[in-house]
Design a binder for this molecule. Structure first.
Ligand code: ADP
Ligand code: MG
Ligand code: ZN
Length: 612
């Protein structure tokens, strides 16, 4: 079978996605390859397909047990023999698996990096034909990345021990140049074919909201998105507890995950989520690495993470199956302070000398600032993210909260001058709230105590709503007409530009959301989302029936539902409405093997629908 037949027969797909073909062909020509592609782009197929075509065994190195389990489960479901060797196996199971491997039963074996140099594994590997070593999550080899794993360094040592050098392939979703260079250098890739595909995830909707009542906003989201599976990230363990508790009290099926729980509870809660027993998980950033669940429909952030790297990684756990999914960040001003405290009290770098520590902190503060600007900007959010990672966006994506809000250009010259004047006349001593309250003419104890009711600008902008004053304040920071100190006091200061603005005769404009014409809710729900066929009501009910059947099968086979069929496959089934085997095989994600296993049951389920 060639690569196209395998794609269809085993995986049920008609065409390759961007980058896949080049990487597969590179491997088949005997070259090393390096694939840098975003999450959900289909990196696994790039080593799995050639593994089935080459003589000998492909070893896949993966950092986490859960990732291995998931991928091996997927392969077995597709009718491909694969196994994993890691610490989750008992000694007996481990040696049994090695025996099967010696007999040539598995074309693909997943191995934990710690295993590679053990006697028992070397004894096997040195006496077998290893055609390829595929390094998944290859960024783990770089100390620059967030996920450095010293055990990954063993891979090189291992490859050198082999009698014949196998093809080495590496895959990651992490983009930065340092990490890329490290992967090539440390793994000693030989003249590799390198493929980088864009980092855009067009099926993801990005949104930023600044609601007064964050919990209420999230509850509202969940109410309008029933039966969907999603993650709610919180900044602290305490937030996780609070949000999870309130959700349960409000009748939602939710669970929790953070580093303060016992190993047992963490494992159980994670599995409940993956197996769709509980659709919603509240978690800190400790949750996620190794979550391959493909049908996560939303990732909500109750609080702003400390940088865009982290945000994009967490948000990116939505929609791996390519179906429309939503990533919404619920921002509040205190998030900045929480993150500043994280940065100042960071104990991770204690072994560094003081100067280096200070440099790292400075870098982290800068990253936090860029993250904060993401929450303020009125420009396309996708564009902002892509630019941050060094790509060119398009200014307008049509699938983010800013692109879907109607804006108007507003002349803010007078307001800006008053703000700068107020900061200057109060001798740059106060934070954002005091400045805004002063301009707004608030009659509070604090304002009187600071004597700000005597400030020449007191009440100067009384007619502008306070939230708009905040937007303008944010915008002035974004444009560097004002700055806020990076410490816990967050004092507003003048910048080199402040004077220029006051003296220049030029007006200053800012994009502001139009009051009445915000895209109405009903519209948003019905909008045709990118990358998807929308289902009408009848199809929705069919989709639900197929989902129920999928859950039934998943329970019988003790695998997560998305491993039986992905949401995308079920959606496609609702559109194609296959009546026989031939038609069923045209559905994306249905291959021969899966058809034999489940085809009849799904056809029957579709037929039942026909008769109604
Ligand atoms: P990555 O490792 O790059 O994050 P995966 O290998 O886990 O992504 O693949 C993500 C999803 O995309 C899986 O559900 C996979 O079956 C699907 N997929 C991969 N290649 C294709 C393709 N050519 N056509 C359709 N779906 C694909
Ligand atoms: Mg992967
Ligand atoms: Zn946009």
């Amino acid at each position: 079978m060639d690569q196209y037949q395998i794609l269809k027969q085993y995986f049920g797909y008609d065409t390759f996605r961007e980058g896949q073909e080049t990487l597969i062909n590179g491997i088949l020509e005997g070259r090393d390859v390096f694939g840098i592609m975003p999450t959900g782009s289909g990196k696994s197929l790039c080593f799995q397909i050639p593994a089935l075509m080459m003589e000998g065994i492909t070893l896949v190195i993966s950092p986490l047990i859960s990732l291995m389990k998931d991928q091996v489960g997927n392969l077995n479901q597709a009718g491909i023999h694969a196994a994993y060797l890691n610490s989750s196996l008992t000694t007996n199971q481990y040696f049994k698996a090695l025996d099967f491997a010696r007999q040539g039963r598995y074309p693909i074996i997943y191995v934990a990096p710690e295993r590679l140099m053990t006697d028992s594994f070397l004894d096997f590997a040195l006496n077998t034909k290893i055609s390829m070593v595929a390094v998944d999550e290859a960024h783990c080899i770089s100390q620059w990345g967030q996920d450095f794993r010293p055990s990954y360094l063993k891979i090189v040592e291992f490859i050198k021990r082999l009698p014949v050098r196998p093809i080495v392939s590496a895959f990651t979703a992490t983009a930065t140049q340092e990490v890329r260079d490290d992967v090539i250098d440390i793994l000693e890739l030989q003249n590799p074919t390198v493929i980088t595909t864009g980092f855009d995830r067009s099926n993801l909707f990005f949104g930023v909201m600044t609601p007064k009542d964050r919990y209420g906003a999230i509850r509202n989201y969940l109410e309008t998105h029933p039966r969907q599976s999603g993650i709610i990230y919180c900044l602290t363990r305490k937030n996780v507890e609070e949000v999870c508790e309130r959700l349960i009290k409000d009748g939602f099926a939710a669970t929790r995950y953070h580093a303060g729980l016992s190993d047992g509870e963490r494992r159980k809660n994670q599995e409940d989520f993956i197996y769709d027993r509980v659709p919603i998980i509240c978690a800190t950033s400790a949750f996620g690495m190794g979550i391959d669940k493909s049908d996560v429909r939303f990732v909500l952030h109750y609080g702003m993470p400390k940088n865009l790297e982290e945000y994009y990684q967490e948000a990116g756990r939505a929609g791996r199956d390519g179906e429309p999914s939503e990533c919404i960040l619920y921002y509040a001003g205190q998030d900045v302070i929480t993150n500043q405290l994280f940065i100042e009290n960071n104990k991770d770098n204690e072994e560094m000398d003081e100067i280096t520590q200070e440099l790292v902190k400075e870098r982290d503060r800068e990253r936090l600032k860029k993250m904060t600007f993401y929450c303020f900007t009125n420009e396309c959010l996708r564009d902002y993210i892509l630019k941050y990672f060094g790509e060119y966006g398009s200014n307008y994506c049509g699938n983010c909260s800013n692109c879907l809000t109607q804006f108007e250009e507003v002349d803010i010259t007078d307001a800006a001058k008053a703000m700068i004047g107020c900061v200057e006349s109060s001798r740059q001593r106060y934070g954002v709230t005091v400045i805004i309250d002063t301009l707004h003419g608030a009659n509070t104890a604090k304002i009187r105590q600071y004597g700000m009711d005597q400030n020449p600008y007191y009440g100067e902008l009384a007619k502008v709503p306070a939230y708009k004053l905040r937007q303008i304040m944010n915008y002035l920071q974004l444009q560097e007409y004002l700055a806020v100190t990076n410490d816990e006091y967050a004092v507003v200061k003048l910048t080199a530009n402040s004077r220029k603005l006051i003296e220049a005769g030029e007006p200053l404009f800012m994009k502001m959301a139009k009051e009445q014409e915000r895209v109405p809710k009903a519209d948003r729900k019905g909008r045709k989302r990118k990358g998807s066929v929308s289902l009408d009501d009848r199809d929705e009910s069919l989709f639900e029936k197929l989902r129920t059947l999928r859950m039934e099968i998943a329970r019988e086979e003790k695998v997560p539902p998305y491993i039986v069929f992905s949401d995308k496959t079920l959606t496609h089934m609702c559109v194609v409405k296959p009546k026989n085997k031939q038609e069923m095989l045209t559905v994306s994600g249905v291959g021969e093997f899966k058809y034999e296993k489940y085809g009849a049951r799904f056809l029957k389920c579709m037929m039942g629908e026909e008769k109604q």
